[in-house]
Design a binder for this molecule. Structure first.
Ligand code: MG
Length: 219
């Protein structure tokens, strides 16, 4: 069963249900890909077979020659809900983690041009790589989370959720108006600017200061 680890005094494994992803949530990333902001969040879904945790390397897929990293804050939904008001949204989040929304950019660009779905561009094995999760109550100010992605020792992405076009409470609210959220759902909240290609033997480090510092090797 696909699961993530929620780190606490006693860590526990949480079974993952759906993996929701938000696209185009930071203006500077929208600009770097030449896209336009949307009125509603762009939502796509990854299969749970794409889930991958630390400990074993990220295996780049054979069907793409241009896989990009996209470092993102990931929410772990802890309480089911439908039509969740924005004001109550944080009550439905059990943990915060960091993740890589790995994207076969060559296939995604082709799919966009043809108006076709993104499943093979975004849903392959390891495409939803995540760190362990921090319990929500350990995060002092969930409205000011910042994170970093390092590639081979260089900072490539710096995320500051205050720059999101759609805030975390709004994302949870919006998703819950379309999908009945379940305990164990993950939500990738979108990537800041600085995305780029991965090659085998790359070393990735995801950092949420004071809480998460996780390495991933790429083969
Ligand atoms: Mg993304």
């Amino acid at each position: 069963m696909p699961h993530v680890v929620l780190k606490a005094a006693q860590s526990r494994a949480v079974q993952v249900r759906n993996i929701f992803c938000i696209g185009r949530n930071y203006a500077a990333h929208i600009a770097e890909l030449g896209n336009r902001p949307e009125e509603d969040p762009v939502v796509f879904i990854k299969p749970t077979s794409a889930l991958h945790g630390p400990g074993t390397p990220i295996v780049l897929p054979a069907h793409s020659s241009d896989v990009h990293y996209e470092a993102e804050l990931v929410l772990l939904i802890g309480k089911a809900g439908k039509n969740i008001p924005e004001l109550n949204a944080l009550d439905h989040i059990d943990g915060y983690g960091l993740g890589l929304d790995l994207t076969a950019r060559d296939l995604q660009t082709k799919a966009k041009q043809g108006g076709l779905p993104w499943a093979v561009a975004k849903g392959f094995d390891c495409a939803a790589t995540v760190t362990p999760f921090v319990p929500a109550n350990a995060i002092q100010n969930p409205f000011e989370i910042q994170f970093e992605m390092h590639l081979n020792g260089h900072v490539k992405q710096h995320g500051d959720i205050r720059k999101m076009l759609f805030s975390i409470p709004y994302v949870v609210h919006y998703l819950s108006t379309v999908f009945a959220l379940q305990e164990g759902d993950l939500v990738f909240t979108g990537t800041p600017e600085g995305v780029g290609p991965l090659t085998s033997s790359d070393k990735i480090r995801l950092i949420l200061p004071d809480h998460i510092d996780t390495d991933f090797d790429v083969i």
